[in-house]
Ligand binder design. Structure first.
Ligand SMILES: Nc1ncnc2c1ncn2[C@@H]1O[C@H](COP(=O)(O)OP(=O)(O)OP(=O)(O)O)[C@@H](O)[C@H]1O
Ligand SMILES: [Mg+2]
Length: 1101
């Protein structure tokens, strides 16, 4: 690597100079703030320099909408009081990554410069924005923030951080800004915001510090001014529902704390702003309940102002205050969750605790009002501090990595009012301190540095305001120390005693003026009232009313009130008054407002001193808040007190840029072949060599003891551009070498891999070839073997056939020989005879054997001997058939006539019922007896017997089924040649008589039951009651006999229907008899049930 760089170096040696010149030439065409300049963009270039030319230059530029002008790196901003099209995203892009002096002066140029030095040079930055009220500080701070947000990193997380940082502004402005006579959106608190970045320059989060909110505004506003915006925004923008919840009314005039004469501000839509603020709160990360709590506190403050007191005489003659209308108090208590009696007591009594003692005194009306206002002020200012802390919680950086910081300071501007009080004193003190730090860091530091560094220098006079700061903050006899001393002093302390003290201690101070001071200068000064003192600030003389100084410095809130607040069930209010907790009573006085402020300002100054300062000096062009008006007197005054002219002078006399030799050499060493890559000697000589090499004119720089001083920024930019160019070349070189190395290693790897792959491939292909050859050899081999084997086989077969042929020939030959020899011994046709004889013998033998094997003569005997020869098969079957027929005939021939009749009947029954009725098989074995009941013999039936003349074919007891209910009764069933009779079983009396001609049909089921119906001819006499239903054990026999008798008597075949569902005629009705599968309950007897007049169900088991 090193040798490559060296090689490149030798090349560069030859080309370097030419390239340098080329780069220098390119520089010339670059834009500059000098291009198309209106007036002079940088006051350093102003010629001649005087107050008049300075103001004229500013005015000229202002008239041409050029509101920004530089003094070196300081930006002067003149408030245009109208929106200018110079903050668009395109403008942001224009100024992005450009050198400070490259484009016309702009706040974006300063922001870019600060951001880049933070990101690239790791220097913490602070942006100090100063100027009087209404000069545009807050707007400038927002512009800086939005520029930084636009140019720094992107991404979901980063964007959220940016959005939260930006959206903290509307929230703080709503609660901390108010309309004053000087500014419709005047910041009534000081704000310092640290924006934190990571090493890449992406924002991580931020921390906001707030300084002394002007809380007296909550209870009283000067003429023409308003209370804090949030009160008006809430009443105008809240929905009816929210107002109702907060127990508020929309009408401003209902509230004593809201000044009415200037409640509306031109061009400001409070309602819309309310929505913006709520939205911003949401973005910053306030929970809904938190935002609601905040509004509840605001409502409570507003309502506190409406509590009024009246005097009430007491027995001891003293007046005691009483609340006039307790309604408002009640509502406040409901809002805040405080016990009404507790708050009421806190407004009427004051308890003083000293060690063990507790003394309670009543408050008079004035004291009650004082207590009320103190509570309102405290509540509001503590809420504001809580808001700042809450925002900080949301925007604080989530990582612990080292952070780079950019601080933006937007603190209230210098104020001179008609009536200036403690607040103005504090604000102006803060501005004095800022002026001081400006002086220290620019004017004084600059001059001192030149001397330190041994640079030739002519001293420039400027006013150092350290003396004023000392007048205010000196620990022993400063005004703040006096005030604290007075506040802490026992005995009666009033504002007058404080003024007296000042008159004594500060009388001789050049910047302190008072009528009553020991200094006789002011004895006759009528512009100086007795109750006032005047300070000559760096920005002008300010007359302070001493009234209220002691009170405001003490900032007392009666303990009863803070305890009442602590008792609130409202979590936020409770947390705002931790000192109200009786468990944490602290008898020590809290630090005074003045000393607190002094301490926080000191911390701020210390913080600012550690950072690289960037100044924006805001100037207010007129007092009317109007565009296009440039009041020279007003501007002149600001230019004077801001010390801008001195600033230009120092700048012009000095050098624009300085840097220690080491970092300078480190930064630019690549521009010279001797110093790159390493310079062995001391840094200073390295820088000398370097500057010679780059051919920078001698008058453009000076060598100090430890630093190089560059007179003109342009020189610096030349160096920067050369460096940029060189860095690009170096980057290209590194890239080139890296790419070469990468390609080479890649190539070597590929080559190595190629060899490995080739080796493996060769091995593989050889293996494959070998296997192929081996397989081919095997195939060839097998073919040859096969061929050989087949050849041998063929030969062997041939040999075998030859042998067989010889044997056959020999056999035939022998046969012929033998036949020839024996032919004379055989007769013709002897073979046929032998055959027939043999056959006869076999048949004979068969029949003889059959005779002995014959089966029995029983027609049911199934035995039959097996067949001996296949060719006798048909004979054997025929023989079997003939035999069977013969033995059947034999069997029949034995029958008597009676028996023959029985078999005829049985045959008939078989034809009628076989395979149709399940009962049939059981009837086959039963002999058909006909007359089961012996009527002839039983004397009981004598009468019956006498009544019947014909031959009885059947006499049997059956069950007759009752047509109506299906129950059965026993009846004697008699069948004669012509009639069918039914008689009572006991008496033998004939119940019905049906001629056989009237019987049309018999129906029964296919199942195993003895149930049957006898259908009668329609219209016949017997049919008047309808068809009969019977059940009998001898159904098959009875039906067969009925059938045969009817056939023989009427020559008609009786219709026998076998079906599980048939119709019978009962009188007029046709009833369906249906056979179902019944349960086994009644044994094997079927049960019969008349279901309805259409259905009779017979359950068959
Ligand atoms: N760059 C600008 N472009 C347009 N209008 C501006 C610009 N700067 C300031 N203004 C106008 O001037 C008004 C006052 O500005 P700003 O509130 O920033 O003053 P300030 O210096 O912060 O005052 P204070 O000390 O009272 O807070 C703004 O409300 C705005 O209308
Ligand atoms: Mg402001």
């Amino acid at each position: 690597m090193d040798c490559v760089l060296k090689c490149w170096f030798s090349q560069w040696k030859n080309n370097g100079e030419a390239k340098l010149l080329e780069t220098m030439a390119k520089m010339e065409v670059k834009t500059s703030l000098l291009d198309n300049m209106i007036g002079v963009g940088d006051m350093v270039l102003l010629e001649p320099l005087s107050e008049e030319t300075f103001i004229n230059n500013l005015k000229k530029r202002f008239d041409h909408n050029e509101i920004y002008t530089y003094i070196g790196s300081v930006v002067i901003s003149v408030n245009p009081y109208r929106s200018l099209p110079i903050y668009s995203p395109e403008k942001v892009e224009d100024y992005r990554n450009r050198n400070f002096y490259e484009l016309s002066p702009h706040i974006f140029a300063l922001s870019d410069e600060a951001y880049r030095s933070l990101r690239d040079q790791d220097k913490d930055q602070c942006i100090l924005i100063t100027g009087e009220s209404g000069a545009g500080k807050t707007e400038a701070s927002k512009l800086v923030m939005s520029y930084v947000a636009a140019v720094c990193g992107k991404g979901a997380e980063v964007n959220q951080v940016k959005e939260q940082l930006l959206q903290s502004n509307p929230v703080l402005e709503a609660f901390g800004n108010a309309k004053t006579v000087r500014n419709d959106n005047s910041s009534r608190f000081g704000k310092y915001m640290d924006i934190e970045f990571d090493f890449k320059g992406d924002p991580l989060g931020g921390v906001i510090s707030n300084y002394l909110l002007e809380k007296s505004r909550v209870v009283k506003q000067p003429r023409g001014e308003r209370n804090f915006h949030v009160f008006y925004q809430l009443l105008s923008g809240a929905s009816e529902e929210l107002l109702h919840k907060l127990k508020l009314e929309r009408d401003f005039s209902r509230y004593n704390y809201l000044s009415l004469d200037s409640a509306k501000v031109n061009g400001v839509d409070d309602a819309a702003n309310f929505r913006t603020v709520r939205n911003a709160m949401q973005i910053v990360g306030f929970m809904d309940h938190e935002a609601e709590s905040v509004l509840e506190v605001v409502a409570a403050v507003l309502k506190l102002g409406n509590i009024e007191f009246k005097p009430e005489s007491r027995v001891n003659g003293l007046d005691e205050s009483k609340i006039k209308d307790k309604n408002e108090l009640k509502e406040i208590c409901e809002l805040t969750g405080i016990d009404q009696s507790v708050l009421e007591r806190a407004f009427s009594f004051r308890t003083v605790e000293a060690k063990q003692e507790k003394v309670s005194t009543t408050l008079n009306v004035a004291q009650a009002y004082y207590a009320r206002d103190a509570l309102a002020k405290n509540l509001y200012s503590r809420l504001f501090s809580w808001l700042v802390n809450r925002i900080n919680e949301s925007i604080k950086a989530q990582t612990k990595v080292r952070k780079k910081v950019m601080g933006v300071l937007d603190i209230y501007g210098f104020e001179i009012f008609e009536d200036n009080s403690f607040e103005q004193f504090i604000i102006n003190y803060c501005n004095e301190k800022l002026q001081q730090i400006f002086i220290e860091l620019t004017l004084k530091e600059e001059q001192e540095e030149y001397i330190r560094e041994g640079i030739e220098w002519t001293h420039i006079d400027y006013f150092n305001n350290a003396i004023i700061c000392d007048l205010i903050e000196n620990n022993t006899n400063g005004i703040l120390a006096m005030l604290d001393e007075e506040c802490l002093r026992p005995g009666t302390v009033t504002d007058e005693t404080f003024l007296e003290k000042l008159n004594q201690v500060c009388a001789t101070h050049q910047h302190f003026e008072s009528r009553m001071s020991k200094c006789s200068r002011f004895l006759n000064d009528t512009s100086l009232p007795h109750s006032c003192f005047r300070i000559q600030h760096y920005a002008g003389k300010v007359l302070y009313q001493v009234e209220g100084f002691v009170d405001k410095n003490n900032d007392l809130l009666y303990r009863d009130l803070s305890q009442a607040m602590w008792k609130a069930s409202h979590a936020l209010i409770k947390s705002l008054f931790p000192e109200g907790n009786p468990a944490k009573i602290n008898l020590k006085r809290p630090p005074t407002a003045g000393s607190q402020f002094k301490a926080s300002v000191a911390t701020l100054m210390k913080n600012l001193q550690t950072k690289n300062p960037n100044y924006i000096r805001c100037i207010k062009p007129n007092d009317k808040k109007a565009a296009h008006i440039f009041t020279e007197g007003l501007v002149c005054h600001q230019i004077r007190y801001l010390g801008l002219l001195e600033n230009v002078r120092v700048r012009r006399a000095g050098y624009a840029f300085r840097q220690a030799y080491e970092p300078c050499l480190e930064r630019y060493k690549m521009l010279c072949k001797q110093t790159w890559p390493h310079w062995k000697g001391p840094a200073r000589s390295g820088v000398e060599v370097l500057f010679n090499e780059v051919q920078i004119p001698m008058e453009e720089y000076s060598f100090g003891r430890s630093k190089i001083f560059i007179r003109n920024p342009r020189t610096l930019f030349t160096l920067e551009d050369l460096r940029k160019q060189r860095l690009e070349d170096l980057a290209t070189l590194i890239q080139k070498i890296y790419r070469g190395w990468k390609c080479r290693t890649h190539f070597l790897l590929m080559k190595k891999s190629q060899i490995v792959i080739a080796a493996w491939y060769r091995r593989y292909s050889q293996q494959k070839r070998y296997q192929q050859i081996k397989a081919s050899a095997l195939v060839v081999q097998s073919y040859i073997r096969g061929w050989k084997a087949r050849k041998i086989l063929r030969e062997l077969k041939h040999q075998k056939r030859c042998e067989e042929a010889a044997t056959t020939i020999a056999a035939y030959w022998h046969g012929t020989q033998v036949r020839r020899e024996y032919r004379k011994f055989f007769r013709a046709n002897a073979g046929k005879k032998i055959y027939e004889f043999t056959l006869q013998r076999i048949v004979q033998k068969y029949f003889l054997e059959m005779k002995s094997k014959m089966p029995s003569l029983s027609p049911v005997d199934k035995n039959w001997p097996s067949r001996p020869y296949l060719f006798l098969d048909s004979t054997h079957k025929e023989l079997k058939r003939i035999f069977h027929l013969w033995r059947c005939k034999k069997y029949r021939d034995q029958f008597t006539d009676q028996r023959k009749l029985i078999y005829e009947e049985k045959l008939e029954a078989s034809e009628l019922f076989k395979d149709k009725k399940a009962l049939y098989p059981s009837s086959v074995g039963q002999p058909f007896q006909g007359a089961y009941l012996e009527i002839n013999k039983d004397p009981k039936y004598k009468k019956l017997k006498d009544a019947i003349e014909e031959k009885i074919i059947i006499a049997e007891v059956v069950n007759k089924i009752n047509r109506a209910n299906g129950k059965s009764t026993s009846r004697i069933f008699l069948l004669t040649n012509n009639n069918l009779l039914l008689a009572d079983q006991k008496s033998g009396q004939i119940k019905s008589e049906v001629p056989l001609v009237d019987v049309t049909k018999v129906s029964m089921s296919s199942q195993n039951d003895g149930f049957f119906a006898v259908h009668l001819k329609e219209g016949s006499e017997a049919a008047s009651k309808g068809d009969f239903l019977f059940s009998s054990d001898h159904l098959i026999e009875m039906a067969t006999k009925l059938y045969r008798t009817t056939l023989s008597q009427t020559k008609q075949k009786l219709n026998i229907e076998i079906s599980d569902e048939f119709l019978v005629q009962f009188r007029q009705d046709k009833v369906c008899v249906k056979f179902i599968q019944g349960n086994q309950k009644n044994g094997s007897v079927p049960t019969c049930k008349r279901k309805n007049n259409r259905l009779l169900e017979v359950a068959v088991p």
